[in-house]
Ligand binder design. Structure first.
Ligand code: XIL
Length: 376
């Protein structure tokens, strides 16, 4: 048996080779998993999970092999957690935590304060008189339940919307209308109190494109972070959702300047929900997979240059389960292919692209190694 050193192993996997010929003999290779390749640089690699997982053993195996971090796609959102104002259903959240522990994966909570996925009773029950109590009770109960067991929480989600034309850039949401901009600070302080060990993130969509709207959102986000940090609000980082559009403007200099500023503030960054929408890409699967892979490569090679990035998660791992089948289907009716593994659970070019980037980017600092509890 020919031994391969780790570098040969990783670069072979990055080239997407299933077998390597050494001294004339062919040796089957299992490429290192994404979780191993990420760990080699001090990073976590993760994915979002939905309930279909429980009926799908091969998918469970793939997730356990490839991921060191998991996040429920819906189980910790208000509408799932709270069937009635006075009733909580933690069954989904608890089951994913058990799965994470059994497979030595970290667990991320998503999400405490969002304008979507509110329960049907919300609008008729929550008002400006009781909104603060509802938010505080929710956070102390939900964060408290998983205290000490969560790697991080997405405390506030998608709170900026340039089209709402507010000077502070904030999105007009029920929370903003009922509590004013202070709702953000209230949420972070409550989450920290309920679990002082969890990292607390602001998670946001579409910060990467080189467009005037995204630039405006980046500037407002920087002001928000500065203000929160100045007032010692316990906020530890920014989640970049990273839903990439097939025909969208890509990450450029404005985005990189922004990531520099975020890093200089001592904040962490994560890629929190990456996928590549292939809606306008050609039907041909080889060509399509190549274009999707290039988006993964180009985006991640920009973001992962920043040593403050602690984790990369995709929003689903295999094309078998992706929200884009419903939310951004193709006009020709072909199944969408936005994720690193295909619907047969085989690695795609996107997976190779992630390996490639992971082999090229700098190792994380000792600080990130310690945060991710990986040895430096
Ligand atoms: C999506 C889920 O994937 C869908 O299944 C659900 O129908 C809607 O929400 N940004 C987020 C995620 O922060 O919570 C969203 O998840 C995708 C966009």
């Amino acid at each position: 048996m020919v031994q391969l050193d780790r570098r040969q192993f990783i670069s072979t996997a990055a080239m997407g080779l299933a077998a390597l010929t050494l001294n004339g003999a062919s040796h089957a290779l299992t490429p290192p998993s994404l979780r191993e390749a990420a760990a080699g640089k001090g990073l976590l690699f993760g994915t979002a999970l939905r309930a279909a997982l429980w009926q799908d053993k091969p998918y469970q195996t793939l997730v356990a092999e490839q991921c060191s971090l998991v996040v429920p796609e819906g189980a910790l959102k208000w509408d799932t957690l709270r069937p009635a104002p006075d009733r909580f259903d933690f069954s989904g959240g608890d089951a994913y935590l058990k799965f994470a522990k059994e497979n030595h994966m970290k667990y991320r909570g998503h999400t405490l304060v969002w304008h979507e996925a509110l329960p049907s009773w919300f609008a008729s029950t929550v008002n400006s008189g009781n909104a603060k109590k509802f938010m505080l009770d929710h956070i102390s109960k939900v964060v408290g339940r998983y205290a000490g067991q969560m790697y991080s929480w997405d405390v506030v989600n998608e709170i900026m919307e340039p089209h709402d034309r507010r000077p502070d850039g904030l999105r007009k949401t029920p929370w903003l209308e009922m509590l004013g901009p202070e709702y953000i600070e209230i949420a972070f302080r409550a989450a920290h109190e309920a679990d002082p060990k969890a990292l607390l993130f602001y998670n946001e969509d579409q910060l990467h494109p080189e467009t005037p709207q995204a630039e405006m959102m980046r500037q407002k986000a920087l002001l928000l972070f500065k203000d929160l940090l100045k007032r010692n609000v316990p906020i530890h980082g920014l989640g970049l959702e990273s839903h990439i559009f097939s025909n969208g403007p890509m990450a450029g200099e404005g985005f990189q300047r922004f990531l520099h500023e975020i890093s200089d503030m001592g904040l962490l960054i994560t890629v929190s929900e990456m996928d590549v929408c292939d809606q306008t890409f050609p039907a041909d699967v080889m060509e399509r997979d190549q274009l999707v892979a290039k988006k993964y490569h180009d985006y991640l090679s920009v973001v992962l240059q920043f040593p403050t990035v602690a984790a990369v998660s995709t929003w689903g791992l295999s094309d078998r389960y992706t929200w884009l089948s419903m939310h951004n289907p193709r006009k020709d009716g072909l199944p969408v292919r936005p994720l690193p593994f295909d619907s047969d659970l085989h690695p795609k070019k996107a997976s190779e692209a992630i390996h490639q980037v992971l082999s090229e980017v700098p190792a994380r600092s000792n600080r990130i190694h310690a945060i991710n509890r990986l040895s430096a």
